[in-house]
Design a protein around this ligand. Structure first.
Ligand SMILES: Nc1ncnc2c1ncn2[C@@H]1O[C@H](COP(=O)(O)OP(=O)(O)OP(=O)(O)O)[C@@H](O)[C@H]1O
Ligand SMILES: [Mg+2]
Length: 560
């Protein structure tokens, strides 16, 4: 695959999305593309599978060679089966009535024999952990299960070139590693891969990393070199690896390869330390003993009579002012529990009470200002054709005056940085902006409890930080926050309390640091404790971020 001087401007777009991109990917290479939102990553992906120019009006320039062939008039269809795509909006890709048909569909088009088809479908589903889901309707899968299915459908096709646009955003941490390992395995078999990713673990498996910024290739370097240079990641809004940032922060010239190695070096500099000083670490607030807001009592829920329960006997108490994270593997029941907590779903057994009153008996408008829920996929929530109206819908329904509505909308859009876009159609916004719009429409209702279902998926690191700052600001102003996430550093840095679901059962409910010390639970939950937290554990200090440890080591060194 070879691009020379490739530029593209969307029809109606003021600025080019790609500007003179040069890129060579050799057969059998795995190249990871990283960059901030709007850097041009998805446009590049569309060029690589011929969606541009086949379906996307605009002006394309430059030389494009795909699979050894110079492209002039070729369309997507000319490379069908040879170039596979997992799109960023993977839900839009799914259309069949069963998981099995979804994966088999393309194989049928290419006349693959039934026995081979069965074998390929089975192997693809197994490699993404969807064995046993064959008969399920894709529309009823959990977010992460849908993303796994989109990947399986492409794997079964066995294309020569695989192009994946952020394929692991909704996967649990172990799921991310497993899918990336499958991709690395395909590379070893000689297939060629271009993977857009925000996570540095993808770089660990790649040959090269290409950093994009404002439509240009900023740098193209061997993956190992990229992994040692946090500044490249930072300038492309990717969270750099903990150990690289630590090495940088402490001025280590030699790279560190493992948590153990880093711990040995940090321990030297932490000595001597008072025993009680070590145990104290950063204060991590325990569940605050305020008023009880929400009580879930022995919730069970089965979507289908013969299916295993999505929730099994889950009890939970939420008090004012808490900030808690809801964790669990894909399909563990997080979204289901969240929807029960605000009355969107009725449990088969058990009850949710808001300040002692059954939530389902509370009128809808009142419920909306008690517990707000931001959907996992913002597109499930957004329906208006103007940003302003999207946010105004809720307050209008509360029967507020137009003036009060306008005030709320202005505040909510201002808080998420979208006030200037108030006249736009929501579907012109990027995924990150739509995510923030979904948050804004809940903020405008001023609920006492805000449940956010994976609010940072698909956002770049800077946007993730901005979103978290916004959520923290609301929390400081008294909002109670429940955040569903698969992102370990978010949990470490922000959550005081964690609730862990596993196959619909509640496995843990307590302080974050206690859960992080439980390897058995972390493994069961398919979760990964951040490197910096593990390093702290090895050194006997409780830390939540690299910056905290750097400060601690710096301070200790000065003390001596
Ligand atoms: N409408 C439905 N019909 C049948 N089964 C469903 C339906 N919705 C969810 N499920 C199943 O219930 C289980 C829990 O799903 P849920 O969406 O709560 O998981 P989750 O923890 O939010 O997962 P993810 O991390 O992937 O978002 C999953 O096995 C899912 O396939
Ligand atoms: Mg979910």
């Amino acid at each position: 695959m070879y691009l020379r001087g490739v530029s593209f401007t969307y029809a109606g777009g003021a600025l080019p999305a790609l500007r003179g991109v040069d890129l060579v990917v050799r057969r059998g290479e795995m190249v990871v593309v990283m960059g901030a939102s709007r850097a041009g990553k998805s446009t590049l992906v569309k060029v690589l599978n011929r969606t541009i120019p086949s379906f996307q009006p605009g002006s394309l320039q430059g030389e494009i060679w795909l699979l050894g062939q110079r492209c002039e008039q070729e369309t997507v269809a000319d490379f069908a089966g040879r170039i596979g795509l997992v799109a960023q909006d993977f839900e839009a890709q799914l259309f069949s009535t069963s998981v099995e048909c979804e994966v088999a569909f393309a194989l049928e088009q290419f006349g693959v024999s039934p026995p081979e088809m069965r074998q390929r479908v089975h192997a693809a589903l197994r490699s993404v952990g969807l064995e046993g889901f064959e008969e399920r309707d894709p529309a009823t899968l959990s977010g992460g299960e849908k993303q796994r299915l989109a990947i399986a459908a492409m794997l079964a096709l066995e294309p020569e070139l695989l192009v994946l646009d952020e394929p692991t955003t909704d996967l649990d941490p172990l799921g991310k590693e497993e899918v990336l390992a499958v991709l690395a395995g395909l590379r070893r078999e000689g297939r060629t891969l271009v993977v857009v990713e925000h996570e540095t673990i993808a770089a660990e498996m790649a040959d090269r990393v290409v950093f994009l910024a404002e439509g240009r290739v900023l740098a193209d370097m061997p993956a190992q070199a990229a992994l040692r240079s946090p500044e490249w990641f930072r300038c492309c809004a990717v969270r750099p690896p903990d150990l690289a940032v630590l090495a940088h922060g402490l001025g280590w010239a030699e790279p560190v390869r493992s948590v153990e190695q880093a711990a040995a070096r940090v321990r030297e500099r932490l000595m001597p330390v008072q025993k009680d000083d070590r145990a104290a670490g950063q204060q991590q607030g325990e569940a605050s003993g305020h008023d009880v807001l929400l009580v879930a009592e022995k919730l069970s829920l089965r979507y289908e009579a013969h299916a295993p329960p999505a929730l099994a006997n889950v009890s939970l108490t939420i008090r004012t002012g808490e900030f808690l994270a809801l964790l669990g593997h894909n399909g563990s029941g997080k979204t289901t529990l969240a929807k029960c907590l605000n009355g969107l779903l009725r449990p088969s057994d058990g009850e949710v009470r808001w300040k002692g009153v059954p939530i389902l008996s509370i009128p809808l408008a009142e419920r909306a200002v008690a517990v707000g829920y931001v959907f996992q996929n913002p597109d499930h929530q957004i329906f208006a054709d103007r940003v302003w109206d999207e946010v105004a819908f809720g307050p209008r329904n509360l029967g507020l005056s137009e003036q009060a509505v306008a005030e709320r909308v202005r505040q909510a859009l201002g808080a998420v940085g979208l006030l200037e876009r108030c006249d736009d159609d929501p579907f012109w916004l990027t995924k990150g902006e739509r995510q923030r719009l979904a948050v804004a429409s809940l903020l405008a209702l001023e609920p006492q409890v805000l449940i956010l279902d994976e609010p940072t998926t698909g956002l770049d690191y800077n946007e993730q930080r901005q979103t978290m700052e916004l959520i923290c600001r609301l929390h400081r102003q008294g909002m109670t926050v429940i955040m569903i996430t698969h992102t370990a550093w978010l949990v470490a840095e922000y959550a005081e309390r964690v609730v862990l679901l596993h196959r619909g059962e509640l496995l843990f409910d307590g302080p974050t640091h206690e859960l992080f010390a439980r390897d058995d639970l972390m493994n069961a939950a398919r979760f990964r404790v951040p490197d910096i937290v593990r390093l702290g554990q090895r050194c006997g200090v409780r830390v939540r971020s690299v910056e905290e440890l750097v400060r601690m080591v710096g301070r200790r060194s000065e003390d001596r």
